[in-house]
Design a protein around this ligand. Structure first.
Ligand code: PMP
Length: 461
């Protein structure tokens, strides 16, 4: 077999891809008809494909490339660590310097008494850890019946059986036997889509109080934890009304229900603070981390756990762990990523400089006839597409039809934006410059124009 390289013609690479590679969350037969786009290299915020196109990646890969592509320092650290100690486990009374250093750094960065880290290779695995850890915590506390975890519809917490059950994606629950028992879902704080004529703050309170109703219905003695993303990401970048989180925190405190903040997207500067919990004023008992922890350069995730929980879990043998828990190369890469975020003041820039600039440009998109709302916190933003702004109407087509049309136009205009239903979302590398933000906004506007023209042609607007 001849070597498969970047230099092969695109069509040949696409055919091989279709023949042997099963893509996640994809109808692979439909993709085969189109041919997958082949990304060959990337630098800063810009991807290059096999046809030589330069594309502005406003999704930061998959919400993860916080420091941008192409940082040599991370490659060097990875190579050095691979030479020195490519792998060793942390199961049998051994440890290594990269995992020690990363854990100490995370304890320093994380708020409050979140001082202990249990590692995984991904956000899904970390949330699986959380399911078992909170149940073990309560069992060790003499309350083994506290098993239920409450989550939210349209939440995303991962794709394994455990984390997918925590998530509230109906399309996922329809396949493969999810959710597992003792997971319950309440409604999401999505005022634009579900709030009708209600006042947003009243709506936020009502949605938070569903947590209290659920706890009362099941009995507090059965409820182990509540899990939520500070700002829902994959659900469509849904920024809750201000009233929501304080009420959730009050309810968790009142019933002694543990609060798990899934920071997989919100963590590491995305919202203008190190963690979304700081932006939203939440005091979690556990934070799930992944993605921006290594800026996606190496697979790593984890759970940052409070002193209170660690005290209990550390006093028993928690029969849980992954071969790659605390993988030395991933830890070394993550540590270098955190050094760059910190020394280059990237989080501060998001809060004070480029974030506000992006906000101004993003919110201006709300003037487009196709856009019902433009919301953004830090560097995660969304647009709601609508045929009628005033009534926040939905399109007379399956949800996602308009979003898909818009996403295709973006791609054609060398801009990666994703769509979730009929919401367009962005999560660019945090190092995006003002000039690149201008380009992002210009391409987004042009794509919206073209999408609107197509929707009119199709009689949908
Ligand atoms: N939690 C959240 C909030 C996420 O957005 C994701 C991934 N998009 C996950 C968990 C799962 O992470 P992973 O894909 O690394 O398993």
């Amino acid at each position: 077999m001849t070597a498969i390289t970047n230099h092969m013609p695109t069509a040949e690479l696409q055919a091989l891809d279709a023949a042997h590679h099963m893509h996640p969350f994809t109808n692979n037969n439909e993709l085969e008809q189109k041919g997958a786009r082949i990304i060959t290299r990337a630098k800063g915020v810009t991807l290059t494909d096999s046809e030589g196109n330069q594309i502005l990646d406003a999704m930061g890969g998959l919400w993860c490339v916080n420091i941008g592509y192409g940082r040599e320092e991370l490659a060097e650290v990875a190579a050095r660590q691979m030479r020195e100690l490519p792998f060793y486990n942390t199961f049998f009374q051994t440890t290594h310097v990269p995992v020690i250093a990363l854990s100490a750094k995370l304890a320093e960065l994380a708020p409050g008494d979140l001082n202990h880290v249990f590692y995984a290779s991904s956000g899904s695995e970390a949330n699986d850890t959380n399911i078992r850890m909170v149940r073990t915590y309560w069992a060790e506390m003499g309350q083994p019946e506290r098993k239920v975890i409450i989550s939210r519809k349209n939440a995303y917490h991962g794709s394994s059986v455990g984390s997918g059950s925590l998530g509230g994606m109906s399309g996922m629950h329809a396949q493969g036997g999810m959710p597992i028992p003792d997971i319950h879902h309440i409604d999401q704080p999505y005022w634009y889509g579900e709030g009708g004529d209600s006042d947003p703050e009243e709506f936020g309170l009502a949605r938070a109080r569903q947590l209290e109703e659920k706890i009362e219905e099941l009995g507090a003695h059965c409820v182990a934890a509540f899990i939520a993303e500070p700002i829902q990401g994959a659900g469509g970048v849904i920024i809750p009304p201000d009233s929501y989180w304080p009420e959730i925190q009050r309810i968790c405190d009142k019933y002694g229900v543990l609060l798990i903040a899934d920071e997989v997207i919100c963590g590491f500067g995305r919202t203008g603070n190190w963690f979304g919990s700081q932006t939203l004023n939440i005091r979690p008992d556990i934070m799930t981390i992944a993605k921006g922890l290594s800026s996606g350069y190496a697979p790593i995730g984890g759970s940052i756990v409070s002193d209170k929980i660690a005290e209990v879990i550390n006093a028993c043998e928690f029969n849980h762990g992954y071969t790659y828990s605390g993988h030395p190369v991933s830890c070394a890469v993550a540590l270098e990523n955190l050094r760059i975020l910190e020394e280059e003041k990237i989080v501060e820039r998001v809060a004070q400089d480029t974030g506000p600039y992006l906000k101004e440009k993003w919110q201006a998109l709300a003037d487009h006839p196709l856009v019902g709302e433009a919301r953004i916190v830090g560097m995660m933003g969304s647009l709601a597409l609508t045929p009628h702004k005033e009534s926040r109407a939905k399109f007379a087509a399956d949800a996602g039809t308009a979003g898909y049309i818009c996403r295709e136009r973006c791609f054609a205009n060398s801009l990666v934006m994703r769509h979730v239903g009929d919401r367009m979302i962005i999560s660019p590398p945090l190092v995006i410059t003002k000039e690149e933000i201008d380009t992002l906004a210009e391409r987004a506007w042009a794509s919206l124009d073209q999408a609107a023209a197509k929707l009119k042609e199709d009689g949908l607007m």
